[in-house]
Ligand binder design. Structure first.
Ligand code: MG
Length: 400
């Protein structure tokens, strides 16, 4: 096959539902042949655009679009320092786009190119939240009525309800929560929902790293009787060594990793079997090439995948998640926040949820496109991020 070269690499910024999304488009020497990739770092969108357009475009111009692995290594090493979130997202945008191009050339959906389907569709978990226990139970039932069999339950969002926090004078502004109250309420929540539902539905919970390491041990033990599908992000990447403590004291299944961007944050957790599910944000680790290697690494140790799938992943990134889910032998579960109407119009070909399962379409590559004219009608907002300014009762900042 004659060489098909990279002609242009650009970043498209759009916010169809108010969340900044970054999609990379790689154009080739063949007119009309291009690929799309997710580079969504919603809170530093302009920094990613700068790396893509001011550094990667000139670096990649004229290179053979077929050589994905070589181009991945080139992008990873070119600026000497590596494994940061901005560069990893920029790498992911190009990487996914090159896989998309390869699929289009082969006339195969990505799942075929990567070895074919291990399953028909990806089972998902949805998010049930609420201000009261009754409201959460109603939301759980709504999802069950829609055929969803895995449901994440939270009482009052990450870190729990924020009323009645005992604070000193003159505390700074921020998103306040009380870690001890949160732990007590989360145990109450599981008692209440299990009493209502019994054990024929899978329940999950996301701690979002909002408790101290020793409290993480306590919570994992206290939740053990409720047979969670998994307990998510109970420790921050900086505190990974504490997983040994949790593991030695209870059998609550552990999922971790949506903040990871350096392989050193996960390799010892996998080889020592300290977690049960890896749940990275695949653009944050460098795209499909990196995620496929990570999934195969996890497979050797009996660890399953649960790729991050919230609103701050673009539909292109969701499509990449689903193609990997279909292929990987050790798929566990897929987080699914839903793709809302405006995003569906901007991104034709998005994956579809039916009866608790998400399906990729069978078009070549990622099977998804972008309507650039429509995307331009939803500009991104660049402003200081508020929700990450989380504080505990005495006013100190804590990981969000
Ligand atoms: Mg999470």
């Amino acid at each position: 096959m004659p060489n098909i070269t990279i002609k242009k690499v650009k970043a498209i910024l759009t916010a169809p539902v108010g969340i900044n999304l970054i999609v990379v488009k790689v154009e080739t020497s063949v007119p009309g042949l291009y690929g799309l990739g997710c580079a969504t770092f919603a809170y530093l969108e302009k920094a990613v655009k700068c790396v893509v357009e001011d550094y990667f475009d000139p670096l990649l111009h004229g290179r053979d679009a077929a050589n994905i692995e070589d181009i991945w290594q080139l992008m990873n090493n070119n600026s000497y320092w590596r494994n940061g979130p901005v560069i990893n997202n920029a790498i992911s945008g190009v990487d996914m786009a090159l896989w998309d191009i390869k699929g289009k050339l082969a006339n195969m959906p990505l799942y075929d190119l990567l070895g074919g389907k291990s399953r028909s569709a990806a089972a998902v978990y949805r998010h049930a939240d609420g201000k009261t226990l009754e409201e959460i139970a109603e939301n759980v039932q709504k999802f069950r009525d829609q055929g969803v069999q895995h449901i994440r339950i939270q009482w009052g969002g990450y870190g729990g309800k924020s009323e009645n926090i005992h604070r000193p004078d003159a505390v700074p502004q921020g998103i306040y929560y009380d870690p001890k109250l949160y732990i007590r309420n989360t145990i109450k929540l599981f008692e209440y929902i299990r009493n209502k539902t019994g054990y024929d539905v899978e329940l999950l919970h996301d701690t979002h790293e909002r408790i101290s390491p020793i409290d993480a041990v306590v919570l994992a033990k206290e939740l053990e009787p409720f047979r969670l599908f998994f307990l998510e992000d109970i420790l921050s990447p900086e505190q990974g060594d504490w997983f040994r403590m949790i593991r030695s004291q209870c059998s609550t299944p552990i999922a971790n990793g949506e903040l990871y961007n350096n392989p050193k944050e996960w390799d010892f957790l996998i080889t020592n079997r300290l977690i049960d599910f890896i749940r990275v944000h695949i653009s944050q680790i460098g795209g499909i090439t990196a995620a496929r290697k990570l999934a195969i690494f996890c497979e050797q140790f009996g660890i399953r995948t649960a790729w991050h799938g919230p609103g701050d992943v673009s539909p292109v990134g969701h499509a990449a998640n689903i193609h990997l889910d279909l292929v990987c032998r050790n798929f566990g579960i897929q987080e699914w926040s839903g793709i809302r109407d405006a995003s569906l119009e901007v991104f034709p070909g998005s994956p579809e949820l039916r009866n608790g399962y998400v399906y990729a379409n069978d078009k070549p590559g990622l099977g998804i496109d972008i309507n650039e004219e429509l995307a331009a009608r939803y500009p991104c907002k660049t402003e200081p991020t508020g929700w990450t300014q989380t504080r505990i009762p005495d006013g100190a900042l804590y990981t969000p």
